[in-house]
Design a protein around this ligand. Structure first.
Ligand code: GLU
Ligand code: MG
Length: 450
């Protein structure tokens, strides 16, 4: 990679000069799914595109609180990785004049892929799917809240209007339109932006794209939304469950398989109650057989499990259904058949989450697996006995359990590779340990007078 100088890199260098870009942000996502990066001045563009920029591997051994996991292999002595831009991911950054942003591979010095790179783990699954004759299209639907921080330092919904109302839309329309325009300028396709169920809650439906672009479009949506909200004095939050009394914010993922001619191969009307083709069904069966671990990779934090409750629209059951919003996978039906995985949230790293989903689907395709019939009815209101009787498995109920399930899944171990598998688990467990030793206001309310 570093030795090679590909036409795409030269094209990007020419474009940066032509468009008079003065600052290039190079970005990657850490294991917590946070975009990280640096800004490079014009004089560094060519060397950056050629060799990348160094970052400490230690950056990846940290929790979202910026506290290092105690047992991480990424310590002070672990050296650097090279963030080497993928020219195809470049976009102008309309938030600042003369600025662009590009996503990067994490490489060894000299350009060989590095086992710690989530983007590369996703590329490996894209390649595995190509070997089977398919490509995947992916569309993320992040939900989030707009908050205003009060004088007491506490966040409150930026608008108290009713669910899905135009009144709610009107309150924040200028901001939402600015977000949509900025994203379009960055080549992120937006299908729609809507207010959601909770007060101040919104959802962005991102247009489908290839898996790596979809992961990066999601990062861009979150970064741009947070940045533009900040300019209005608001906080945009994609936290899964900011308040126990209000709807959670999910990250639904729509997946479809396409053949080499660019035709979707998901539907075969009448072949099965799901409406899915044989390939679509096999892919789905792969997802279902790894559902507990996939839930863990897509929802890896203590807060995730305050959202994933039975009886909410966030799933608690490892089943699939047609139309029905109470299950791990929904088949939305309609003109563009696809698989919607509903358990994940924005605390996931999107490259790793997609790598895991594709790997499970690829396994199902290789085995010609069968998902069985779709579930019927609102599973969220089944009793524990009824759930067992119907042979429906539960998704993990707590973060520690979810991480144990990821650890026990051999396919996930292979998919994340030895470095990320071990380090991602350490980082997420370190975060849980910090949470578990924190005494919350609830505990004082309940136990102070003991
Ligand atoms: N907010 C719900 C969740 O946490 C989903 C609502 C919807 O179906 O759009 O997943
Ligand atoms: Mg929604």
């Amino acid at each position: 990679m570093a030795e090679g100088w590909e036409p795409a890199q030269q094209d990007l260098l020419d474009r940066l000069a032509r468009e008079e870009i003065a600052h290039l942000w190079v970005a990657y996502a850490d294991y917590n799914g946070r975009s990280q990066g640096k800004s490079l001045p014009r004089a560094r563009f060519e060397s950056t595109l050629r060799n990348g920029v160094t970052f400490a591997q230690a950056n990846l051994g940290h929790t979202v609180l910026d506290i290092g996991a105690p047992d991480t292999m990424f310590g002070a002595a672990s050296g650097d990785f090279f963030a080497v831009p993928d020219a195809d991911s470049y976009a102008p950054l309309p938030l600042f004049p003369a600025t662009g942003r590009v996503f990067c591979w994490m490489r060894h010095e000299g350009g060989a892929p590095w086992e710690g790179d989530p983007r590369w783990m996703l590329q490996r699954q894209v390649d595995a799917l190509t070997d089977l004759g398919f490509t995947a299209q992916v569309a993320f639907e992040p939900e989030g809240y707009l908050f205003r921080v009060g004088d007491d330092g506490q966040p409150a919904p930026a608008d108290p209007r009713g669910m899905f109302t135009l009144d709610g839309l009107e309150t924040n329309a200028d901001l939402l339109h600015r977000i949509s325009d900025a994203l379009e300028a960055m080549d992120v396709g937006i299908e729609q932006i809507a207010t959601e169920y909770g007060p101040g809650q919104f959802e962005v439906n991102i247009r489908h794209a290839s898996p790596i672009k979809a992961a990066e479009d999601l990062l861009t949506v979150r970064d741009v939304t947070r940045a533009l909200a900040r300019r209005e004095g608001l906080v945009a939050s994609f936290m899964p469950k900011p308040f126990e009394t209000a709807a959670g914010s999910g990250l639904h993922v729509h997946l479809s398989l396409w053949d080499r001619n660019g035709e979707s191969v998901m539907a075969e009307p009448g072949a099965h109650p799901s409406g899915l083709s044989a390939a679509g069904r096999a892919f789905l069966a792969g997802l279902l057989s790894h559902a507990p671990a996939l839930a863990g990779i897509g929802a890896p934090t203590v807060n995730s499990y305050k959202r994933l409750l039975p009886g909410s629209w966030a799933p608690a059951h490892a089943a699939y259904a047609v139309g029905n919003r109470s299950t791990f996978v929904r088949i939305p039906g309609g003109a563009r058949p696809r698989i919607e995985v509903r358990s994940g949230d924005s605390t996931a790293n999107p490259y790793l989450y997609l790598a895991a989903l594709l790997a499970a689907g690829v396994e199902g395709l290789r085995e010609g697996a069968d998902p069985g019939p779709p579930a019927e009815g609102d599973l969220g209101h089944l009793s524990r006995e009824e759930t067992t009787e119907r042979g429906i498995a539960m998704l993990p109920r707590r973060a520690p359990e979810a991480l144990d399930l990821v650890e026990g899944d051999v396919l996930m171990r292979e998919t994340l590779g030895p470095v990320i598998f071990a380090e991602w688990l350490k980082v997420k467990r370190a975060e849980i340990a910090l949470y578990e030793t924190t005494v919350s206001p609830w505990e004082r309310t309940a136990y102070l007078r003991t």
